[in-house]
Design a protein around this ligand. Sequence first.
Ligand code: PDD
Length: 293
Amino acid sequence: MTQYPIIMSQTGFTHKDNLTYPFEERGLQFGDGVYEVIRIYNGQYDLFDEHVNRLFQSAEAIKLELPFTNEELKTLLIELLEKNDMRADGTVYLQATRGSAPRNHLFPADAKTNVYAYINDLPRNEEHLEHGVSTITKPDVRWSYCYIKSLNLLPNVLAKQEARQQGCYEAIFHIDGEVTECTSSNVYLVHAGKIYTFPATKRILHGCVRRRVENYADELGIPFVEDGFTVEEITTADEMFLTSTTSEIIPITKVDQTIVADGKPGPITRKLQERFSAQIQTYRKKDPQFIQS
Ligand code: PDD
């Protein structure tokens, strides 16, 4: 994986080796910060406004002041692509924390928000998109404000690691049997021609790709039901899939020991994937750094 050398920080653009943090840093010691992952196709940001808007919403929810306006941040992120001459498929990771200060739970009086953003290459995972993935289920032991994209990801990290140890791609979280989302993606069940997924409450991250899927479903005349489903109901599923910025739309073919329907990606998942691929084609036809959200 290529990591590009120039990063953006609160003090400007610099080589990544120049970024040093004191060990008393709020993100490191308290997970006191928020982040975003934005996908890049052919050197252009996808769902750009949506991700930047969500960063500001997350920051506001934890009372964190960002050192730029929405428009200023977008300009900086575009510059980041240009300075790295980024023309490939990849991601930008951006995080903002409550700064560097002597360790104390209380907000520091004079600390400045620390920000950095850097880009990596990330090709599309054709294998997963085509054949689907296996998953496990785990109790959702996270806090109740999962709509905030905060740095506190320990339950997600532990559950995803367990999935990996069992040869699976993702862990599906549930609260008393009711499925919420996965460790780093949203999850859906298709039954009798309708798409079911957990409602966009505070218990899940309101995925940018989830919103896109909702729009595609509307266009295709497929009911998008924000009603959720249970682990038990997975045995009755016609199809299942998950979505995220890095995963796109991946079919789920197995959950724990249950094979989903006939174990092959289903027709509704395929239709949504086709729409997604068509969107990506629009980036392939344009010059890098021509931004479209
Ligand atoms: N994950 N749910 C959780 C818990 C997530 O962390 C993510 C994103 C999603 C999907 O959101 P979106 O469609 O906006 O990417 C749902 C990112 C990619 C990550 O942490 O790497």
